[in-house]
Design a protein. Structure first.
Lengths: 111, 111
């Protein structure tokens, strides 16, 4: 079975802090994704990566950056956290043209 | 971009009842996935079904790609079926790995 592991289930940070969300997959997938989920807005794509050191902006990249130094790991970075980034963050991975598999999610609160 | 609509938005049923959830999409797709999000926020893969019919226990799904809709059937509902069901699609343009999610159907099963 595919395993996508997110480093934290719950995280509380303060406004202005630099926040790192980590995601690791064990299936050698080329593609990795970061989504955020908000009530009434569904899941929206922040960034994705189709190879090491490659990244593409999704629908809502503002305020975020990403890093993919190794194939199995994809990090989402909030450079200076703000309260409007309080959300549920979900990581996913896939082979090209194949279904995406999701991690358990991180509930991030910015105070 | 591609639009995804799910209906109904909310559904409340007695345990043992059957249900049909619908997903309409606005353009041709080469991937369609159904997910169940449980009360803990975990997004569980149910089906990868760009076309045709699949069954897994009490759940089955049908996608009619030419008419741009998919249906998820749940038979003999159990309380553990409660949660939000999402449909997500990937457009058929080359190199597009992005999933677009519907806003979900919230299913509540009453004992």
């Amino acid at each position: 079975d595919v395993k996508v592991t997110q480093s934290s289930r719950y995280l509380v940070k303060r406004t202005g802090e630099k926040v790192f969300l980590e995601c690791v997959q064990d299936m050698d997938h080329e593609n990795m994704f970061w989504y955020r989920q908000d009530p009434g807005l569904g899941l929206r794509l922040i960034y994705f990566s189709y190879d090491v050191k490659m990244k593409e902006k999704g629908d809502i990249p503002e305020g975020y950056s990403v890093s993919r130094e190794k194939k199995e790991r994809f990090s989402l970075i909030l450079e200076s956290a703000s309260t409007n980034q309080t959300s549920m963050y979900l990581c996913a991975s896939s082979f090209w043209g194949q279904p995406q598999h999701f991690g358990d999610g991180t509930r991030l609160s910015i105070l | 971009g591609i639009q995804v609509e799910q209906s109904p938005p909310d559904l409340i049923l007695q345990e043992g009842a059957n249900s049909t959830l619908r997903c309409n999409f606005s353009d041709s797709v080469n991937n369609l996935q159904w997910f169940h999000q449980n009360p803990w926020g975990q997004l569980i893969n149910l089906f990868y079904i760009p076309s045709g019919t699949k069954q897994n226990g009490r759940l089955s799904a049908t996608t009619v790609a030419t008419e741009r809709y998919s249906l998820l059937y749940i038979s003999s509902s159990q309380t553990t079926d409660s949660g939000v069901y999402f449909c997500a699609v990937r457009g058929s343009n080359f190199g597009n790995e992005k999933l677009t999610f519907g806003t979900g159907t919230r299913l509540t099963i009453i004992p």
